[in-house]
Design a protein around this ligand. Structure first.
Ligand code: ZN
Length: 85
C-alpha cells in the first residue's frame, strides 16, 4: 500500500459552492475540462488539505472518498442517497 492515489477536484462548484474531491477512476468524476489534478497522494486528508489551498469549500466525494475511508465511521451514520431512481 505505498502506491499513491491520483486526486482530482471538480473546478465547477455545486449549488452551495462546494467543489468535490475525487479519486482517479471515480464514476462521478466531472468532464476532463472540469477536473483539476491536484497530485498523487496517500490519504484523503492530504487530498483535502491540498484541494483547500486552491478552493475555499471542498467536500470529499461520497462515492470514491468516503467509501474507501469509512472504516471508523460511527454505526449510526447512514449514507444519504441524493439520486433516487
Ligand atoms: Zn468521486
Amino acid at each position: 500500500m505505498t502506491k499513491g492515489i491520483y486526486f482530482y477536484v471538480n473546478t465547477a462548484a455545486d449549488d452551495n459552492g462546494y467543489h468535490y474531491l475525487h479519486r482517479q477512476g471515480c464514476k462521478h468524476m466531472p468532464d476532463k475540462k472540469d477536473a483539476l489534478f491536484i497530485g498523487t497522494l496517500y490519504t484523503l486528508h492530504q487530498g483535502l488539505t491540498i484541494a483547500r489551498m486552491s478552493f475555499k469549500k471542498v467536500k470529499p466525494c461520497i462515492k470514491c472518498c468516503i467509501r474507501h475511508s469509512a472504516t471508523r465511521m460511527p454505526a449510526n451514520v447512514q449514507p444519504v442517497h441524493h439520486f433516487p431512481r
